[in-house]
Design a protein around this ligand. Sequence first.
Ligand code: NAI
Length: 213
Amino acid sequence: MHKKEISKAVINRLPRYYRYLGDLLEKDEVRISSKELSDKMKVTASQIRQDLNNFGGFGQQGYGYNVEYLHAEIGKILGLENKYNIIIIGAGNLGQALANYGDFERRGFVVRALFDISPELIGTMVRSAEVKPMEELEAFINDNKIDIAAITVPKASAPIIATDLVKWGIKGIWNFAPVDLNLPKEITVENVHLAESLMKLSYRLSRKKKETE
Ligand code: NAI
């Protein structure tokens, strides 16, 4: 167990390290120096060393990093050796898009079912998961070991649904509804807001435009 508190910035960079190392593994690369990794990732070599030192280093002076080992170790830090059962609440455009994306499953995130209130959607299949009525949600959580619930309903319904999910034992919420959920601190919430990402892009574009004016 890592006793030291790891900063959010480091945690935010780990999935990117994991992805790059995964690409290197696919190309059968055995080892990489922090300099090469830094050139590829456009992160300074010292930043990489500093980040990985949080977890005990993994590198060897003059050798660099063993790609397979580092990939596996970062995967462990990210908890990716576990399998996660996911349900999706709201089987509209976004809920279906998430359920249709097969790559999550390859990484151990398995969509077990979707839930919705729309009679037209209930009973339909999205990839290998069924859209079920909300009335079955509590029993489904009880009967299946569900780790994560994705919330892809309109924002007005999201807080009530989140509270019910927590009451029924869900510990991880992947929230896409554009609203802040006030949940107990033992519940882990990851918010994904593409609109905020677009606003950041807009800010950077407009700043560059001003620079050239
Ligand atoms: P949509 O209208 O296609 O789907 C919403 C679904 O939720 C519908 O199937 C509807 O029947 C269902 N629903 C409504 N109330 C419900 C309730 N009380 N319980 C269960 N199901 C219920 O909408 P879309 O485009 O899929 O967006 C869904 C949510 O995701 C919205 O809150 C939207 O703002 C958000 N969104 C977030 C994005 C992000 O980057 N975080 C990107 C796109 C959408």
